[in-house]
Design a protein around this ligand. Sequence first.
Ligand code: NAI
Length: 333
Amino acid sequence: MAYRIALIPGDGIGPEVAAAARRIVEATGLAVEWHTVQAGQSALDTLGSPLPEETLAAVRNADATLKGPTATPSGTGFRSVNVELRQRLQLYANYRPARSMPGVPSRYENVDLIVVRENTEGLYSGLEHEVVPGVVESLRVVTESASERIARFAFETARQQGRRRVTCVHKANILKLSDGLFLRTCRRVAESFPDIQFDDSIIDATAMKLVINPQAFDVMVMENLFGDIVSDLTAGLVGGLGLAPSANIGHGVAVFEAVHGSAPDIAGKGLANPTALILSAVLMLRYLGEKEMADRVETAIRSVFTRGKVLTSDLGGRATTSQFVASVLENLP
Ligand code: NAI
């Protein structure tokens, strides 16, 4: 039976990289029934809502969703579609691997780490208000239940992937109550996983350590805002946002998307690097249990980079999105 995949093209470069990822998945021969739905600025313009109910229903009913980036206006306007999607569907775990790619220009080699980001609360709870003119408050919500489920996800991921260590990243020295609860909960969960080492690291020192010696990290678990920032940093360690995939995982529902945004500066020019979304599709294939298909696509991407001839402009090359896709297809075993 065909998999039901919801496809959200999104905004900016979204439709370009979504078409590329779809093309590669189709080339594997996997039986897929695609259900294309809209979200983001494009959905607001055409359907009157940035996250229409039809889109939510399609994501809920799909075996998995492949999503292009969606634009969010800064400072004013509608709330982030991503934050809303993650909260409404309780996509509580944001899985963001960063792994060096042979042939990709980067200052670092042999980086292989995973950022596990709590995806539903923290400073992204959406609880902001103006107390009096000139004074606003944003509530940073941390609950024991959400901390526990993300900690468990991190340890289970480490165990499944044969990894050795989970590091809790926090600011519990200053945020004694909120990050104190997060750290204590991670410590408690660690006791149920004696086969995995556990340590913790303060967020600011972590940023410095990541830049100096990223190979020292394995699986890292942290709250929402820290995870958002740190995962862009770790993308930079392995070649940039054009290469960084992610998965948003809930109970029976999952959305796979690149870490990057809609890149309005290069949208519509055919220049976007589709690797991040193709690698997100690889994560989706693994989630669906299609390991062999996932391995084939990943091998094809790695072959293209190892040869180093077809690189998009973010990596210093001249290839267009479609030339890159053609090269991946040629290398698909
Ligand atoms: P961005 O990730 O869109 O772009 C940052 C820089 O990286 C730009 O110079 C862009 O050209 C480059 N870049 C990003 N992806 C690339 C790719 N695949 N190939 C080549 N170059 C690439 O971040 P920015 O500019 O901060 O955000 C733009 C919009 O995207 C905003 O509205 C933001 O809210 C939204 N956004 C959406 C996300 C999502 O839907 N998951 C995630 C991050 C931002």
